[in-house]
Design a protein around this ligand. Sequence first.
Ligand SMILES: NC(=O)c1ccc[n+]([C@@H]2O[C@H](COP(=O)([O-])OP(=O)(O)OC[C@H]3O[C@@H](n4cnc5c(N)ncnc54)[C@H](O)[C@@H]3O)[C@@H](O)[C@H]2O)c1
Length: 425
Amino acid sequence: MKSICVMGIGYVGLPTAAMFASKGHRVVGYDVNEKAVNALNKGEIIIEEPGLGALVKSTVESGHLTGSTVCPNDCDVYIIAVPTPINSDKTADMRFVRSATETLVPNVRKGCIVVLESTSPPRTVEDLMIPILEKTGLKIGDELLVAHSPERILPGKVIEELRTNSRIVGGINKKSSEEVKKVYESIVEGDIFLTTSTTAEMCKVMENTFRDVNIALANELAKMSEELGVNAWEVIRLANQHPRVNILSPGPGVGGHCIALDPWFLVEASDKAKLIHQARLNNDSMPGFVKKKIEKILNGFQNKTVALYGVTYKPNIDDIRESPVMNLWKLLKECGVNVRVCDPHASEKLEESYGMYDAAQNADIVVLGVNHKEFEAIDFGKLASVMRGKAVLDTRNFWPEKSVTASGLEYHLLGKSDNMVKWEN
Ligand SMILES: NC(=O)c1ccc[n+]([C@@H]2O[C@H](COP(=O)([O-])OP(=O)(O)OC[C@H]3O[C@@H](n4cnc5c(N)ncnc54)[C@H](O)[C@@H]3O)[C@@H](O)[C@H]2O)c1
């Protein structure tokens, strides 16, 4: 068994720490955030993730997992899982990776392993971390092994995916890759593929970029469909019958800590990333596009009230980072619109949030921003009875048109032209 320090106990670091602890390793969750560390030492969590609370509680109680605001100097393995956000000019903000790496210098010793899990621009290990780690005086790749092993977990399924996903381990040399593979073998049941650190960095960023570009295509299709008298969702359903086509879904934009940010790392790294850049711009334009659609449905924004259902960046989680629906909220407020938000998952993080039917009180339109499971059971008759207007805009193709219209409400769908040719029944 090894002693492992996970640096950064957020959405990625905490589940990783708890998984290693559950396999009998001694794990220290080191974080600069005292609140996160205090919660961990009480066996509690301050983020929402199914199964995580129980795993943290049991591993803290068994004594395998502890939290600390001081980086330990007696661990065998140091895993960096700190944020890699972007600056306002869309360049990578590598402050956290830099400071975590600097923290390591006085704390590592001969034989230690350092793994960067944070999603990072290609060449981060080679160009940013190694020059700092060289200050230890240890021979890199021999006395101090270094690798990048990107995390690819899906929020909401983190505990399962940490175990079952395949993993890429990109070492600074072969020895680093092989030793880091042995570390992950204790928690990963999927395949572990070995490569170079820069290839591993590029893989992770390209995986997210692939999805971003595909979603940008779906969003472009949605915009064109509204102009050309078709329903983008029907086009996608039919086109995806083709065995080699898989168009993802349009929506109010792309959010979260990963897909909305990582492609910018490539835009910054290489002026060849033209398509990637345009895809980012397309996806970032969606909150504005939805705002315009709402304005058109309401025929202007004079004294209007919008009930906005769901503001997280994806369904059934509490994460609002980079959420395009949060941007939509901001854009509507800037136009003087009264916005009443309902989000059962993120309510504690919001300046205001109403209950399911309270949000629709006197609303001129109900906009579904995120398809949380709670919204599936909505009673449209009850909604219609408290609303002032009649319009419903679904940005996720989640609510059945018939259920909406049966209650006397008007149904609008992002990506569907309001002037489509209707077949007679
Ligand atoms: N959230 C995801 O679903 C996900 C999935 C795959 C990859 N990633 C990547 O993993 C990395 C971490 O993301 P996250 O969502 O866990 O972030 P997070 O913000 O939830 O957690 C990061 C933690 O690191 C701490 N921290 C910051 N600087 C530190 C330092 N110098 N030393 C110790 N702790 C420090 C912060 O206080 C915070 O608690 C990012 O690069 C992200 O892109 C995230």
